[in-house]
Design a protein around this ligand. Structure first.
Ligand code: NAI
Ligand code: ISE
Length: 344
């Protein structure tokens, strides 16, 4: 079966997902697109999905589009409304992070899914599909380093967009670590604290950059996560897990090594789109294959989106308070239990 997909939001990543579904992946066909910027939707359809009809908005797309599933890649604040409308229409949903910009919004989505009676939603936390993180997880699950004790990680971007703010370092950027680390060590978070080292001259006035987040898990693992979005030199994702018997480290992405003019080196990627290209392909292929077979999506769930939102909220509070902030998740609904911490 070919899965007919409607795309809501055709900016940078929406357009890229349309390209990958049309050109690289199998089993999916983009039949409908919409964007508040109609020209963006028309151009994405023209370039990569000539069969797609362009709709005025998400409601019209859901009501009139010939679709089995939607892929939501609009601005974060618009996600909740589109996800809820898609669930109401009984469509499968692949939603880019964040699932919603508030924990309450994520709760409303879980309630709608529970009411519907089965999981329809997969959240775009693609790092769970990255082969490096998958290797890390396998080593940890097999006890290769014994019990994990500490994690050190870094999320660095060469530069930030003018509208990027201090709390976006958490809600837009650290959110990937927030999701992937709890999946990696099958543990949830207890508290967070944020510290601000000396600010780089390359950050705009309104942005505190870099930041260091200290996260404690319920099991007692201590995580230090650096976010540095004007590091200049590249897009660099680091993760090292220290265990009782040894350490494991996220592999560096494959890159040509060279020796030239008395230098031995290798290039550092500059763009997140390239660094996680395989992971984006895999997560969306998995979504297409699973829901085409009539099964519930097996990637990150609405509960995972909710946990990320609650944790991000605590980090933003910690940025402001300068003290430790506790994390309270409440009970995990039964609908999400069997999948807890699994995939991929
Ligand atoms: P963007 O700003 O390039 O594109 C967003 C698009 O959504 C724009 O074309 C805008 O006109 C459209 N839009 C806004 N509200 C809308 C609505 N109500 N209905 C339809 N279209 C609407 O942003 P970008 O970088 O493509 O990010 C989109 C989403 O994807 C964000 O939530 C972002 O956090 C996420 N993202 C995820 C990444 C990942 O690594 N998984 C990487 C980059 C972005
Ligand atoms: C962006 O929104 C993403 O999701 C990228 O994966 C991330 O690395 C970047 O820092 C975010 O701004």
């Amino acid at each position: 079966m070919t899965l007919k997909i409607g795309v809501i939001g055709t900016g940078a990543i929406g357009r890229d997902h349309i390209r990958r579904i049309s050109r690289n992946l199998s089993g999916g066909l983009i039949t409908a697109v919409t964007d508040v910027n109609r020209e963006a939707a028309e151009s994405a359809a023209r370039d990569y999905a000539p069969e797609a009809r362009v709709f005025a908005d998400d409601r019209e797309l859901l009501a009139q589009g010939d679709i089995d599933a939607v892929l939501i890649a609009s601005w974060g604040p618009a996600h909740e409304q589109s996800v809820l409308a898609a669930i109401e229409a009984g469509k499968y949903v692949f939603c880019e992070k964040p699932l919603a910009t508030t924990a309450e919004g994520c709760r409303r989505i879980m309630e709608a899914e529970i009411e519907h009676g089965k999981r329809l939603v997969q959240v775009g936390f693609m790092r769970r599909y990255d082969s490096g993180y998958v290797q890390l997880k396998k080593a940890i699950d097999e006890g290769f380093i014994g019990e994990p004790l500490m994690i050190r990680c870094a999320h660095r971007n060469p530069n930030s967009a003018p509208a990027y703010t201090t709390d976006m370092a958490i809600t837009d950027t650290l959110i990937h670590e927030i999701d992937v680390l709890r999946w990696l060590i099958r543990d949830d978070y207890k508290s967070v604290q944020v510290s601000f080292p000396r600010k780089t001259v390359h950050a705009p006035d309104h942005l505190s950059d870099p930041q260091v987040v200290l996260i404690e898990t319920i099991g007692g693992v201590l995580i230090t996560a650096e976010i540095f979005v004007n590091c200049r030199y590249g897009y660099d994702i680091q993760c090292e897990v220290v265990g009782e018997e040894g350490i494991v480290k996220l592999p560096e992405p494959a890159s040509l090594t060279f020796r030239k003019e008395a230098v031995r080196g290798s290039a550092v990627m500059m763009d997140w789109k390239d660094r996680f290209i395989e992971a984006y392909d895999r997560e969306i292929q998995d979504f297409i294959d699973t829901v085409s077979a009539g099964r519930e999506p097996q990637g990150p769930t609405a509960w995972d989106g909710y946990v990320a939102a609650v944790t991000a909220d605590a980090c933003v509070r910690a940025q402001r308070s300068g003290t430790r902030e506790d994390i309270e998740l409440g009970e995990q609904p039964a609908l999400y239990e069997e999948q807890a911490m699994s995939r991929a």
